[in-house]
Design a protein. Structure first.
Ligand code: PLP
Length: 501
């Protein structure tokens, strides 16, 4: 493809993509293809000779689009959203054009410097405590990763090394071959425990698995709104220490995946204040992958005050903040914790700017070496919408969740609201005589709705209770879609409960 062919194909692609967005609401939301649909449609091996763009383009329409589930559809209310926007799409085009691995400042100074600026803007917009700003009192700062799972693995690694450094600080560095400190480090490693709650996303358990440390999930109760509480954390820590184990890390959650529960941050901060009996800090990471965007709203910002006692925080602007996948924003209260755990200095990466410590090298704040120019899309989104425009988008999602909750509450004969609308997520169950009947009816209503293809919902099982999750965070969702979903729910629940409408 030469530059003229690229110019024509790219312009046509923009028209087609814009049409896609304009009509996405009229498509069946979930792809109907069967597993393995694609292989028979494609040749068994890559073409030996070049193919014309027209042939490749035709296959996008005929072979790829049928296998696409439409996350931008206003009837996509499953999982948490994966939101995009035109400004973010434009940024991705420029980012592709400036294609590079960007691991050091000198690889493209703008890539590093824009990230630092934009992460400070975003930290301020979310009202994170000043310790998370790059110029803050504790030398913190933000970095963009690809996913919340990557963020959690990265901070857990930093937490492990910080903890081990503290508990072995009294031992002299091994200079001979007695290896006393090394032996002690490995002995302590086998005792380490990463904590989460029963509501933590599975990425915390996975991070522990990758790092080779134990994982313990602290139970949460329906009475406490499925939130992790300070006393529960204190009990778990005391029990583990009594067994000779060493809890070093905790994921607290703002907006759990099941039900959007919010952990008791102030209580957890209080429970983990280091004292004479518990001298070592337990690293607390706040995972706000989806609901972190709601901190843009003043009414939620008090939630962030206790984060000043914690160590790190992440949320995914690609979930609810209109910043096309992938974009996970992570902050730490002290950037040295990341750098001490992750810095590598092979001779081939050396350069005068890094050697003189004049610049930030984000390769030392993450697992991979190379990195995408993701800050560009955050910059375009923040400028195109403004904080007020983003607030309006988030408020709309919140209000639509509340609207659905009010409708469900108006039909107590058919539904119970399992967890109230919070940050645009409502969970519900169909009524029944006992738990088994409620579970079975709710599951049948859920399966029926998804099979019809008009809406895409997801479900969860919490403490043995099956519930339908409805997330109203997709930008195109409007009141008419909420009303239609409610009508469909009523129709199917009526059949289950054996009533006529
Ligand atoms: N944390 C929470 C609370 C989530 O809801 C999710 C995914 O939905 C994740 C972490 C994992 O996100 P990612 O796909 O960015 O790793």
């Amino acid at each position: 493809m030469d530059s003229q062919e690229f110019r024509e194909a790219a312009k046509a692609a923009i028209d087609e993509i814009t049409d896609y967005y304009d009509t996405v609401g009229s498509q069946r939301v979930v792809s109907e293809v069967k597993p393995g649909y694609l292989r028979p449609l494609l040749p068994a091996s890559a073409p030996l000779d070049p193919e014309p763009w027209s042939a490749i383009h035709a296959d996008v329409q005929s072979k790829i689009l049928p296998g696409i589930t439409h996350w931008a559809s206003p009837r996509f209310m499953a999982f948490f959203p994966c939101s995009g926007s035109y400004p973010a799409a434009l940024a991705e085009m420029y980012s592709n054009a400036f294609n590079g691995a960007h691991f050091n400042w000198i690889c493209s100074p703008a890539v590093t410097e824009l990230e630092t600026v934009v992460m400070d803007w975003l930290a301020q917009a979310l009202a994170l405590p000043e310790c998370y700003l790059s110029g803050g009192s504790t030398h913190g700062g933000g970095v963009i990763h690809g996913s919340a799972s990557e963020a959690i693995l990265t901070v857990m690694c930093a937490a492990r090394d910080k903890y081990l450094a503290a508990v072995t600080a009294h031992l002299a560095d091994d200079d001979g071959d007695d290896g006393e400190k090394e032996d002690e480090l490995w002995r302590r490693r086998s005792k380490l425990v990463a904590l989460g709650s029963a509501g933590s996303h599975s990425s915390t358990k996975k991070a522990a698995q990758i790092l080779g440390v134990r994982f313990v999930a602290i139970p949460v109760s329906e009475d406490a709104g499925f939130a992790l509480t300070g006393p529960a954390v204190a009990r778990a820590v005391a029990d583990l220490r009594a067994r000779g184990l060493e809890p070093f890390y905790l994921t607290a959650t703002l907006g759990s995946t099941d039900v959007c529960a919010v952990d008791d941050f102030a209580g957890i901060a209080e429970a983990l204040v280091p004292s004479a009996g518990t001298p070592q800090d337990i690293w607390v990471h706040v995972d706000a992958a989806y609901a972190g965007s709601a901190l843009l709203l003043e009414e939620n910002q008090a939630l962030a005050v206790p984060f000043a006692h914690f160590h790190s925080f992440n949320f995914n602007p690609h979930k609810w903040m209109l910043t096309t996948f992938d974009c996970s924003a992570v902050w730490v209260r002290r950037r040295a914790w990341l750098i001490e755990a992750l810095s590598i200095k092979p001779p081939y990466l050396r350069n005068q700017f890094s050697d003189n410590e004049l610049v930030t090298d984000y390769r030392d704040w993450q697992i991979p070496l190379g990195r995408r120019f993701r800050s560009l899309k955050l910059w375009f989104v923040l400028r195109s919408y403004g904080v007020r425009g983003l607030q309006a988008h988030i408020r709309r999602g919140v209000a639509l969740g509340e609207s659905l909750e009010a409708k469900l509450a108006s039909r107590p004969d058919l539904f119970s609201v399992f967890t109230a609308a919070r940050f645009g997520l409502v969970t519900l169950r169909v009524t029944g005589a006992d738990e088994d009947e409620i579970n079975a009816r709710t599951e049948r209503v859920y399966e029926g709705i998804n099979a019809s293809g008009e809406f895409y919902l997801t479900s969860t099982i919490v403490n043995g209770k099956f519930a339908i999750r409805v997330c109203t965070g997709v930008e195109r969702v409007a009141e008419e879609h909420i009303q239609r979903l409610f009508d469909v729910l009523v129709e199917r629940a009526n059949t289950e409960v054996g009533k006529k409408q």
